[in-house]
Design a binder for this molecule. Sequence first.
Ligand SMILES: Nc1ncnc2c1ncn2[C@@H]1O[C@H](COP(=O)(O)OP(=O)(O)OP(=O)(O)O)[C@@H](O)[C@H]1O
Length: 207
Amino acid sequence: MHMTVTDLACARGSLQVLAGVSFPLSPGQALILRGPNGSGKTTLLRTLAGLTPPLSGKIVAEPDAIAYAGHADGLKAQLSVAENLRFWAGIFGGSGIDDAVSAFDLAELLDRPAGELSAGQKRRLSLARLLVTGRAIWCLDEPTVSLDASNVARFAAAVGAHLAGGGSAIIATHIDLGLPQADILDISPFVAKSLPVSDPFSDEAFA
Ligand SMILES: Nc1ncnc2c1ncn2[C@@H]1O[C@H](COP(=O)(O)OP(=O)(O)OP(=O)(O)O)[C@@H](O)[C@H]1O
């Protein structure tokens, strides 16, 4: 599924962060966002995912094409691993949880409450939810935080399989994910002078 971003300007809180961001994203393509701390990678991903309205510009994609995974794991602590996955599969109308369980090696953890998992296990469960959404375009913000080397490789394999199936991904990361086919988008040239926004949008309700 294609996405086209044209001349996008994005804000966070009361400040404009990015201006003039344009890129196409094709089925099978991974785009790695690079840029120093505070340059606007999270802001761009949140805007693409619809959590923050753009100041101007266009994002053209099919409705309900995007799945977003941000810094927070977003798990239901009292529910088990299996219940969390089934919950999200129900929300997104996905076909089941087996592929997600296997891709992120969660079989041994299925009956454990999500709140009692280690940080890396929570992250694996959080990322596994992407597979149950059935959505084509993954917007991922620092997805490998808390993952050890073997689980970074597991994540890269899941992204590779998603791309091979015609999906696409935009990933903000400071590490090398081992995705040789990925393209790089350095957002530094698009960093806006910190202009105040006339009608600030508070996104804290989503936090
Ligand atoms: N909740 C917020 N309210 C207001 N401004 C914010 C908020 N979160 C971030 N910012 C500001 O928005 C700008 C862009 O931040 P953003 O988190 O998008 O950068 P980033 O490239 O993802 O950074 P990092 O690599 O540190 O994760 C920064 O100047 C930051 O201080």
